[in-house]
Design a protein around this ligand. Structure first.
Ligand SMILES: [Mg+2]
Ligand SMILES: [Zn+2]
Length: 268
C-alpha cells in the first residue's frame, strides 16, 4: 500500500534485545558499563564504552562479529519483507546508532526494505575507533522535550517525517515500539493512524496510564509472531478502508487497489 508509512523502533522491536547492552555484555564490559551509567547520559556512555573497547584492543571486526549474532524473532524478517512487498514505506527511528543498525540490517539482508534510518550518528574514526554521537546536539540546542532523553526526541523526528509528506497524499502511519522513548512519538499520530506498543514493556505501561492521550488506534503485540500478525492485519485493514472509500466515491470497481496478495483478514 503506497499510502502507508510503517515506522519501527529498532531495539526490542526489530531485534529481540538491546543492541548497546548486547555488544557491551558480549565483549565483557558489563561491570564498567554499570559503574559509569549513573554518571552520564546513555548515549554519551556508549561513545565512552567504544573508547574503552578500543583501548582494550577490541576491533571494529570484533564489534561487527557480535552484531551479526544478535537475536531476532524468526517472524520479524518475513513481516518486514511482506510489508515492503505490499508497497508500504518502511522507516526506522531508533536511539541505538547508525553503525549498529546498518550493520545488522545489511547482515539480515533487509536494509533495502527501509527508505530511511533515523538514529544517533555512528562512524569509525581514523584510529579505527567507533564514535557514537547524539542525534540532537544537546549542548548547542536542546530539543526541549521533557519526555525524551537529551540526545533524541523521537516525537520531533515523527514531526519532521509528517511535515515532509503533503496532506493530499493522505498517508496513514503505523508506529511500532517498546521503550519509554517511543511514548513521545506515540502522542504525535492522528485518529487515522495506528500505534503498536509492545505489551508489558515501558511504552505500553505509559500508554495504559491514560490511553485517551493517544489519538491513534492502539494495537498491542507481545512477540515477533504477534508483530507479524497485527502489522499485516492493519495493513490489510487500511487497504480495505481505501477500497471502501473508492467504491463510495465513484463505483469504479475495476480499479480496486486490493491486490490478490493481501491477506483477506479484516478483523484487527
Ligand atoms: Mg526499543
Ligand atoms: Zn520527545
Amino acid at each position: 500500500m503506497a499510502g502507508i508509512v510503517v515506522v519501527f523502533d529498532f531495539d526490542k522491536t526489530i531485534i529481540d534485545c538491546d543492541s548497546d547492552n548486547f555488544v557491551v555484555d558480549d565483549l565483557g564490559f558489563t561491570d564498567l558499563f554499570n559503574q559509569l551509567l549513573p554518571t552520564m547520559p546513555w548515549n554519551t556512555l556508549m561513545d565512552r564504552m567504544m573508547m574503552e573497547l578500543h583501548s582494550n584492543e577490541k576491533t571494529i571486526e570484533d564489534i561487527v562479529e557480535v552484531l551479526q549474532k544478535i537475536p531476532i524473532h524468526p517472524r520479524v524478517i518475513p513481516a518486514i519483507k511482506s510489508a515492503h512487498a505490499l508497497g508500504c514505506d518502511l522507516r526506522v527511528v531508533s536511539d541505538a546508532n547508525m553503525f549498529f543498525i546498518e550493520t545488522i540490517l545489511k547482515h539480515l539482508r533487509i536494509r533495502e526494505c527501509f527508505s530511511e534510518i533515523n538514529s544517533n550518528p555512528g562512524y569509525v574514526d581514523e584510529e579505527g575507533k567507533l564514535r557514537i554521537l547524539p542525534y540532537h546536539d544537546f549542548t548547542k540546542c536542546p530539543h526541549g522535550c521533557s519526555l525524551c532523553p537529551p540526545n533524541m526526541c523521537k516525537g520531533l523526528i515523527i514531526d519532521r517525517i509528517q511535515n515532509s509528506i503533503s496532506p493530499e497524499e493522505n498517508k496513514r502511519f503505523i508506529y511500532l515500539g517498546d521503550g519509554a522513548g517511543d511514548y513521545c512519538p506515540s502522542l504525535r499520530f492522528k485518529e487515522k493512524d495506528f500505534v503498536m506498543p509492545r505489551k508489558n514493556f515501558p511504552v505500553w505501561d505509559l500508554i495504559c496510564k491514560d490511553p485517551l492521550l493517544v489519538k491513534a488506534e492502539i494495537h498491542e503485540w507481545s512477540d515477533g509472531e504477534d508483530l507479524e500478525r497485527v502489522l499485516l492485519q492493519l495493513i490489510n485493514k487500511i487497504s480495505m478502508d481505501g477500497s471502501a472509500q473508492l467504491i463510495s466515491n465513484d463505483c469504479k470497481l475495476q480499479n480496486l487497489p486490493v491486490s490478490a496478495h493481501v491477506p483477506q483478514v479484516l478483523r484487527v
